[in-house]
Design a binder for this molecule. Structure first.
Ligand SMILES: Cc1ncc(COP(=O)(O)O)c(C=O)c1O
Length: 419
């Protein structure tokens, strides 16, 4: 968990007091610190590239804001995209097609045609997708995603590498997949697996690397295919709770790269972190709009709900919460921090010891940069909120707040209903 400066009892983000940001831009608002983003990218890039040529494919599903993508482009990032929408977004942020890998699941022929037309590398998820791709265009490089039978993650919904998940080509069929790709006139250059998300231990990454290395070696020996890269996927967890420790990415990089170098002739490692790069760069600022004290609970009612940040309701995730304008005050009262969505499952935190709250207090929800805005919605007809980038004392809007017009823009009432 990132530590923030406290000046005169106030939380400071990127050189600006959080309350000033909340007053100027309104709440709820996602606030991203550019320096933190650059630091995170550099740390993981350095950890791996010390050992071997490395491609960091930022998993943009975590946060597709164009300004954030632009910063990562400047840092030398590659991209993991999972839809034509993400491919298009990254191209518009300035990434060249050769920096983008498309890893889709349940890919329709229409989407495949659109992705092929953009000239990005396709990471094949099934035999059907591979045949359909060859029908659209052949003599193009591809990567293949294996289901490694190594799964891990912070919640069942995000474990992708286990045998029963929908992702990838089963381990038992992977040699056949590479052989068929040659028969179809495709050029296999990569091998990929993704075990899941929010993985806090190194061990599952080591296990999946072993699986990938042994596949690479087998296809070298049996099919004479020399791959350009092994991609171990994303999923590096972060410490959401104050007592958790960050993963030692230097050790992770050492373990993974040593195995690749010793076990096969692949020369480049790829890795697809999303959360690790963006999660702790961003806080969600939200205001207390109502305090409700009932015989059972104290509710701090805020202006952000699961429409703004769904992770607590959807995954039961913990996000640390602080009171930005009482940053050095001690906890006094236990609150459920709840939002304006009309469902009792709408909460950002439960049973949290916080300083005594008043209406107008500014709540800071930590580690909101990954799967925060990108999973937000207009549920209950609430426009999606603003995003702001801070850097050395300056703040810029990087996404405007939506309006009711934005919500209604694509709706149509048939004329026969207008009488
Ligand atoms: C294929 C793939 N790569 C990378 C990621 C990024 O995961 P994380 O943000 O946990 O690093 C995901 C997330 O689901 C994924 O599906």
């Amino acid at each position: 968990m990132r530590q923030f400066e406290c000046i005169n009892g106030e939380m400071v983000i990127g050189g600006i007091p959080a309350t000033k940001i909340a007053d100027k831009f309104g709440t709820p608002v996602y606030v991203t610190d550019e320096s933190a983003l650059r630091e995170n990218f550099r740390r993981i890039n350095k950890a791996f590239s010390r050992h071997m040529p490395t491609h960091i494919h930022y998993a943009c599903k975590a946060n597709t804001n164009l300004a954030i993508l632009r910063i990562l482009k400047q840092e030398g990032s590659y991209i993991d995209a999972v839809s034509i929408g993400e491919v298009e977004t990254c191209l518009r942020a300035g990434f060249s097609p050769d920096r983008i890998m498309f890893t889709g699941v349940c890919v329709s022929t229409k989407e495949l045609e659109a992705v092929v037309s953009k000239g990005v590398l396709i990471n094949i998820d099934s035999f059907s997708e591979m045949k359909r791709l060859a029908g659209i265009k052949s003599r193009i490089p591809i990567s293949i995603r294996v289901n490694p039978d190594v799964g891990a993650g912070h919640h069942d919904h995000v474990v992708t590498g286990s045998r029963k998940s929908k992702f990838g080509i089963p381990l038992a069929d992977i040699l056949k997949a590479y052989s068929e790709s040659l028969d179809l006139g495709l050029i296999p250059v990569g091998l990929h697996a993704h075990i899941g998300a929010g993985v806090q231990e190194i061990d599952p990454f080591v296990k999946v690397t072993d699986v990938l290395v042994s596949i690479a070696k087998e296809i070298e020996e049996k099919l004479r295919i020399e791959l350009e890269f092994i991609d171990i996927g994303g999923g590096i967890g972060i410490p959401y709770k104050p007592d958790e420790k960050p993963m030692d990415v230097d050790l992770l990089a050492q373990e993974v790269t040593a195995r690749i170098k010793a076990g096969c002739s692949v020369e480049t490692v790829a890795i697809e972190p999303g959360r690790y790069i963006v999660a702790d760069t961003t806080v969600l600022l939200t205001k207390v709009v109502d305090i409700k004290e009932t015989p059972e609970k104290n509710f701090a009612c805020i202006d952000a709900g699961f429409n703004t940040l769904i992770r607590p309701s959807f995954y039961g995730s913990y996000h640390h919460i602080a009171v930005a304008n009482k940053f050095d005050a001690s906890g006094e009262v236990i609150y459920d921090v709840v939002g304006p969505i009309c469902e009792s499952g709408d909460f950002l935190a439960r049973d949290r010891l916080l300083p005594k709250l008043n209406e107008g207090d500014v709540i800071a929800v930590y580690d909101a940069g990954a799967y925060g805005f990108s999973m937000s919605s207009q549920y209950n007809s609430r426009p999606r909120c603003r995003e702001v980038l801070v850097y050395n004392g300056t703040a810029n809007i990087i996404r405007e707040m939506e309006t009711i017009d934005d919500i209604l823009r694509h709706q149509r009432i048939p004329s026969r209903l207008m009488v």
